[in-house]
Structures are given as C-alpha cells and as structure tokens.
Design a protein around this ligand. Structure first.
Ligand code: ARG
Ligand code: ZN
Length: 860
C-alpha cells in the first residue's frame, strides 16, 4: 500500500538507528510468485539508542518472526514493523513471502523479461534485484538505511543453473548456492541474480598480486558475443583505479550481469554489478561509437563505486552526491585518460547544460545536497550527479592536483568502512590544505546556476576584469550568498599569441576585480577555461572576437565555446529578429571544417549546432518567449546555409574521414566517423540523400548504418531503409530500441505525435520495459518542436502514457515527468495546455508517491 499522506524527510531530522546489525544471514527459496525469504540477524542495542526497534518493510507477507528463537508477533505499522526487543544482543528471525514475477516496479526482487500479464514468466526469465535506494525493504524486514552496515551471508535455493550474490562464493550444491561478503555494507548494495546465464570470463591480477575472477553474465544466445568490450573496459578500469587513486579490488570475484528490464543504467552492488543490458552489451554491428564510449564509462563508474560508494558509503540519502558526484568525476577522469580530454570535457559541458542547467533553472531546482525529499528516487538527478562532479572538479582546481591527491588518500584512510557525510569529505581537504571551506560548502547547499557577468578595462598596460556573480532564486531559496568561484583565465594578444597563460582567479565576493600588469596592448580574454565552474558566463562580446577565439584560443574548451557562442548568437537573432544566416559564422564554421590540424572529433563538436532546447533556454534567459517551431525552423535554415556554404569542401572531408580496416571503437577512429557523419548530414541537405543512401547500403557497422539512416530521416526520406532496418534487426531488442527512438526523435514536428502514437501501437512496443518506453516516449519528448506542437497533442500523448505506466513502474514514470519541467518558458497557450495535463496526471486515482512529488514540484 502507498502512503495515504506522503511524508517529507528532512536532513536536519537525522538520527542514528538504535541497534547495530552485526551479521545477516539470508535464505532465498526462489519461486516466481511465492519466494520465501528467511532472515536471521544479530542485533546489538547501541549506547544512547532509544530502544525503538523499527524495521522497514513494503509489499511483504510476514509468515513468522522470532526473537532469540521464541515466536513473536510484531506490530505492523506504516512502512514496516515494530517489536519489543531485549536490552541485550539478540537474534531476529523472520520469514516473508514475496512475488518477484509480478514486480513490475523493478525495485526489490523481480524477474526479467517481465511475464505477459496473467501469465507465468518464460523459461528464460531471470531473478534479479535492485535495492538502491530503498528497495531492500521489498525483500525482507530490515533497517533499510545506508548507515546500517552488516556482513551478509546469502543462501539461494532454486533450480536456476546460475545463482549469484555479493562477495565470494562459499558453497555450491544441487539446488543451492551460498555466498559470503566479508565487507560490511548497507542493504542497498545487496544483490541476487539467478537464472540460466552464460559467463564471458576474464581475470585480473591486482597490484598486490591477487587473482580476481571476472565474469560478465548474459542470457544464452547472441548476447554472449557482446561481452568482450565490456570485459576489456572493466580491466582498464581496474588498472586505472590502481594507478591513479591507488585503489585495489578487494574480493576474489567480480561479477557483472546484464538485465533487460532496468530502471536506470547500472548498479554498483558489492562484487555483483547489475547492468541495464544497453549499458554493457556491445558489438560493432549493433552498437554505435557513442554506445561503446558510454559502456566503457559506465563500467568504470560502477567499478569505481567499489571504493567511492561501497567501502566508503553515505550516512543518509541526503549525502548521495558524496558517492555519485565523486564517482562521476572519477569516471570522467578515466574517460579523459582513455580518450581525448578536451572532447570529453566539451561533451560533458554540453550534457551539463542540457540536463543540469535546465533543471537548475526550473521548478525542480534543488541543491547538490538536498535538504528534504518525499521519494529519494526522485533525487538521482543531474544536479546530484553532474553538478556534484563539477564541485569535485572545482575543489581540485582550488587546492591543486597534489593536495587533491593527498586529500583523497586521507579520505580513504580515515573513512574506510564508514557511512560518511559531505562534512567528512570537506574536512579531509581542510586538514590537508589548512583552508577553510565554509564558503565552498555553499555549493552543496544553494541551488541555482550562478550568472557570472564580466566587464573589462585597459589602462597603462594594466588589464582589469570586473566580475559580478548573481544566483537567481530557486524553490525555497529566495536569496543566495556569494560562491567561491575558480575562474581560469588566459589572455591573448591581438595577433593571436597567448600573453598570459592560464591562471586561476579565485572569486569570493559578489563583485570582484582582477588585474594583469605589464601588457603591451589590450588583450583578448579567454575566460572560464576548461569550464572551470558551473556558471553562466555573461559577457558583451561580438562575433569578431568570438571568431578570433575560435581560431586562436589555446584552451580547447574555450576554442569550442567561442564557436558555440557564435552559433547561439546567430540562431537567437534568427529567431528573435528574423535575421538571415550570418556570414561570419558560416566562414568560421567552414574554417574549422577545413582545418586538418584539428582533431576530427573536435571539429565534429564544433560544427554541431546548439540543440533546440538549448536555444529555447537561452532565449528565455534573455527575456524572450521561445517558440519551439520557430527555433526548429531557424536551426534547419542555418544548417542548410552551412551545407551550401561548405558544399565544395564536403566531399573531400567525407572521403578523408573514411576509416580503413576493421572496425575499432577507439577514440581516433570514432572521431573520424563522427566528423564523417556530421559531414554526411550537411551533404544530405544538398544531394537529396544520395550519399546517405549509399552509406546505408555499404555500412558494416552500426555507427555508419545509423548515421546514414538518421540523415535520411532528417530530410524526410528513409522510408525503405527504416523497413529494411527493422527486418534486419527485429530480433535484437537493443537495436530495435534505436529504431523506435530515431523515428520519435526525428519525425517532422507536425507529424511527431502521430508517428509516436503509431509506434506505441507496434507489436514490439512493450511499455513496461523501461528501455523501450524511454526510447519511444523519451525520444519523442526530446523532439522539441514535435513535443511542443501548438495543438497540445504531444503533451496529451505523453501524459496518457505516464498515467498508464505509473501504477506499474512509478520510478520511470516520475523520471519522465521532467519532460514538462520547462513549461514556464513557453507562451500562455502552451502553459495552459501543459498545466492541464499535469493536473490530469496529479488527479489520477492512486497516483504513486514518486509521480505525485514530481508533478507537484513541477507545478510549483
Ligand atoms: N548508484 C547507481 C549508479 O549511479 C544508480 C542507482 C540509481 N538508483 C535509483 N533509485 N535511481 O551507478
Ligand atoms: Zn553512481
């Protein structure tokens, strides 16, 4: 049962649990609709505890309970149970029954693939778990909070050929398996997997010479051939964490399991990572370069959690950024090392602006460490993850690399085995550097994206930058105190040489000036190099200066940023003033395209126009009501103009970016294919899709096949190719997700809702599968002009599906309500339409706590 009146949980109310859980023994008797879970836990009352013994539990049927062997009848209360317990250490035992086969919420123990309604799960179905954040309470009664850590022994009984849990295998017999995890852990890191699975094996020797058996587990069949890349990525991650952070793996085995039904990307359960199959399975024929890069990053991310998350976990869920921000930061460092650091940084900033700035500037804005929540699953956000990672990056910039390394060593030494807080985290930096980080801590507490405006003057060889910071109000936070902002700045001569190399200015006041002496002439500033802080930089600049920086800046990020600012300015003027495509932009873009001295991946990034959503956000920030259809038209017009302007160059670059030899997912080849795909997009606008059709026919890998198909859809062609694509890939659900996704994303605005509606009627559309749901409805919502069609058909379509999914899967439903988070940007008619849909969702009988919280916050 859902709570009648959802409760708000506050950080300030934190109190420790009154008992220690010394050891946990679990026995699972697996059966699809009647799994029995037996628990035996030794609890020790803690000094100063209030003696209140409350265990969380949800959707559990209690069969029996005992304390020290004697049957007891606990009091079932809202969200769990209470019992009278001795003042001395005691053994709690319980037996509960749960039904994994009917668990469509995909939290706790469930089965995948999901059975058809009213039917038994198929023979290939596997048992698996997702416990973060609060799913363990759907498995048995337990103090389901991250500061309760214990040593788990798990016995699994059933007829599955493979039965896995955390830690090391202890015993395997006919119909049972026993696992023991020697490391104390919170329940959210518990995992169990059972089914007919095949291993892709590997091994790793750690820096102290310990052998670790590695496995990627998949269902028998074609998936078995898609594990090799993931395995290599895992080994690279293990090596990197040893070399860069001195962190060694700590069990005899490391298992990864691929699951088709999963609410998120992956989960770092101790020794048994569970992955959305889309985030681990890869082959050249079925995965794009972007898929490969993402898989490598997610494998690294989950592996890195073993230290930042598992060995040191969070005291409570308000501290989520402690593990997520740091682990995102670490996986970004890893990707930067494996591939191109500038390309990674630019891509991350594009994503940060698209998802986190969008969140931070709307009704869902919240601090990196929130102070209250109703449903914690709603706080696995871009703010906690990506802005959380930016804070680590700023801290590193402020203290320097050497102090960062020292602080991390101290963090691992001091807090290994702890459930820690942001205060603990900042304290190690204070102890190592002697700095006071009180002001820095505001980054964790104050929501919103600071606006950093800058003016300049030059007199007698002294150049001065005057900065002013201002952070707009966010829900519950009308006033903001100034942040400490590391501003990396370099200065260029008018001839393009760098006169002052990168220097980090430390801004602590609301307004502050910084001077540079001894300059022969007024320099051109390159401000916020490498995007040294997650702020919006406002500077009155002209397109001549932007073109200059695009040509000359030595900082790759700001070089790209100059081009981006130029494109944005041009697009915004096209939308708001009806301007025509700007010649300076077209010349600058063509120069980048032709510059063979630049990394192809960088050129591809520099040629990509800002997204329609980005332009809408920018216009709104400038006080202009964005019209999604006009934005779409302007962007198309500018692309078309660039295609014509570059027409003579396109064939040469297309040919030059051809990669010889067998497909390799490495950055170098991927970068060439990326630029080739970008060029193909431009070519398609002038050759009617001839080259794209040829590339489609010849493609030997998914990157080129999909790029070609996407170009054809972009010019409203590709009907036959879409049909052939489906025929070719109908048995591969991950590729078919792409097929659904690209149609919804690329449908012409006027038809997008109808196309998407038709897709939801396709026999392969199973809305209960989160990947398929997101591929279809999520891609549709990302088709800005289509989703925001003036008649409101898009809003209605999405709302209909959210209402339908909510009773089955609240978490994915709640997540997807964020498609509406920008509603206040738009005109009164669109606002009224969206508000109507939001109220319709909110008024749905029995709406989940998850979705209720999200929709209420969006409505504000
Ligand atoms: N800890 C996982 C990760 O970042 C994600 C878990 C998401 N859980 C959730 N309830 N949304 O790797
Ligand atoms: Zn994570």
């Amino acid at each position: 049962m859902k709570d009648a009146s959802p409760q708000t949980i506050h950080l300030k109310d934190y109190t420790p649990f009154g008992f220690e859980a010394e050891s946990v023994e679990l026995t699972f008797r697996l059966a699809p609709t009647a799994t029995r879970v037996l628990s035996k836990i030794r609890f020790l009352p803690k000094e100063g505890g209030d003696g209140r013994f409350f265990l969380h539990g949800e959707d559990l049927t209690l069969i029996s309970a005992r304390i020290d062997g004697a049957p007891v009848t606990p009091r079932l209360v809202e969200g769990g149970l209470e019992a009278q317990v001795p003042a001395e250490p005691f053994i709690w035992e319980a037996e509960v029954e749960i039904s994994p086969a009917t668990n469509t919420a995909l939290e706790g123990l469930y089965m995948s693939p999901l059975a058809r309604e009213g039917e038994a799960p198929g023979p290939g179905a596997m048992y698996c778990t997702q416990c973060e954040a609060e799913g363990f309470r759907k498995i048995t009664f337990y103090p389901d909070r991250p500061d309760v850590m214990s040593v788990f022994t798990v016995r699994i009984e059933g007829d599955a050929p493979v039965m896995l849990s955390n830690g090391n295998p202890v015993e395997r017999g006919d119909g049972f398996a026993v696992w023991h995890d020697p490391w104390r852990k919170p329940a959210y890191l518990f995992a169990l997997v059972a089914g007919d699975l095949r291993a892709h094996p590997g091994s790793f020797t750690t820096m102290s010479g310990k052998e670790v058996a590695l496995n990627i587990w998949v269902r028998p069949g074609p998936d078995e051939d898609k594990c090799a890349f993931g395995m290599e990525a895992l080994k690279r991650s293990m090596t990197w964490d040893e070399e860069v952070y001195g962190r060694e793996y700590d069990l005899d085995v490391f298992n990864i399991v691929a699951v088709d039904d999963f609410n998120m990307g992956a989960m770092e359960n101790k020794g048994l990572n569970v992955f959305n199959s889309s985030c681990v399975l890869a082959s050249p024929e079925t995965s794009t370069d972007m898929n490969f890069e993402r898989i490598e990053a997610i494998i690294a991310h989950e592996y890195f959690h073993n230290w930042t998350g598992n060995r040191i976990t969070c005291r409570d869920w308000f501290q989520l950024c402690l593990k997520e921000g740091l682990t995102v930061f670490r996986d970004a460092q890893f990707t930067a090392d494996m591939r191109s650091a500038p390309v990674k940084r630019i891509s991350d900033v594009i994503a940060l602006r698209a998802r986190q700035f969008r969140e931070d500037n709307g009704p869902l804005a919240h601090p990196v460490r929130p102070e209250s929540f109703v449903e914690i699953n709603n706080f696995y956000t871009a703010t906690v993850y990506e802005k959380g990672a930016e804070l680590i990056g700023m801290l590193k910039t402020l203290v320097g690399d050497a102090a960062y390394a020292k602080a991390l060593d101290l963090y691992f030494e001091r807090h290994d085995g702890d459930a820690a807080t942001i205060e603990d985290w900042l304290k190690v930096f204070e102890d190592v550097t002697g700095r006071d980080l009180a002001q820095f801590k505001r980054w964790y507490a104050q929501a919103g994206t600071p606006r950093l405006s800058v003016t300049e003057d030059f007199k007698d060889g002294t150049y001065t930058l005057h900065f002013k910071q201002e952070t707009p109000p966010t829900p519950g936070q009308p006033h903001k105190a100034p942040f400490v902002i590391p501003i990396a700045v370099g200065l260029l001569n008018p001839n393009g040489d760098e006169v002052v190399p990168t220097r980090v200015l430390e801004m602590t006041q609301a307004e502050q000036s910084f001077s540079f002496d001894g300059l022969p002439s007024k320099p051109v500033p390159s401000i916020l190099r490498d995007f040294s802080a997650p702020v919006i930089l406002e500077r009155a600049s002209d397109n001549t200066e932007r073109a200059f920086l695009l040509a000359h800046d030595t900082d790759p990020f700001n070089k790209w940023e100059a081009g981006r600012a130029l494109a944005k300015d041009v697009l915004c003027r096209m939308v708001s003033e009806g301007a025509t495509p700007d010649g300076a932009y077209l010349d600058a873009a063509l120069a980048v395209l032709r510059d063979d001295g630049l990394d192809p991946a960088f050129r591809a990034l520099a040629l990509r126009l800002p997204s329609e959503d980005d332009i809408a956000q920018t216009l709104f920030g400038a006080g202009i009501t964005p019209d999604p259809v006009e934005i779409h038209t302007a962007r198309e017009t500018l692309s078309q103009a660039l295609a014509q302007h570059a027409a003579d160059t396109l064939p040469r670059i297309y040919a030059a970016m051809t990669v010889e030899g067998p497909y390799r997912p490495e950055a170098e080849d991927a970068g060439k294919r990326d630029l080739q795909g970008t060029v193909l997009g431009l070519l398609s606008r002038i050759d009617g899709g001839a080259q794209a059709a040829a590339q489609y026919d010849a493609a030997g890998n998914m990157t080129q096949q999909l790029a070609a198909l996407s170009c054809l859809l972009m010019i409203d062609k590709g009907e036959p190719e879409l049909a052939r694509f489906y025929e070719q890939w109908k048995d591969d659900r991950l590729v078919i997700d792409k097929w659904f996704g690209m149609q919804a994303l690329q449908a012409p605005p006027a038809r997008a809702a109808a196309v998407t509606d038709a897709l939801t009627r396709h026999p392969d559309f199973d809305f209960r599968n989160p990947n398929r749901f997101r591929a279809t409805l999520g891609s549709f919502a990302a088709n800005a002009a289509g989703f925001h069609a003036a008649d409101g058909a898009g809003y209605r379509l999405l709302a209909d599906w959210l209402i339908r999914l909510d009773p089955l899967n609240p978490q994915t439903t709640a997540r997807m309500t964020t498609s509406f988070e920008t509603w206040k940007r738009y005109d009164a008619d669109r606002q009224a339409l969206i508000e109507g849909e939001l109220r319709r969702i909110l008024n749905t009988d029995g709406l989940s706590r998850d979705t209720t919280e999200m929709v209420s916050r969006i409505l504000g």
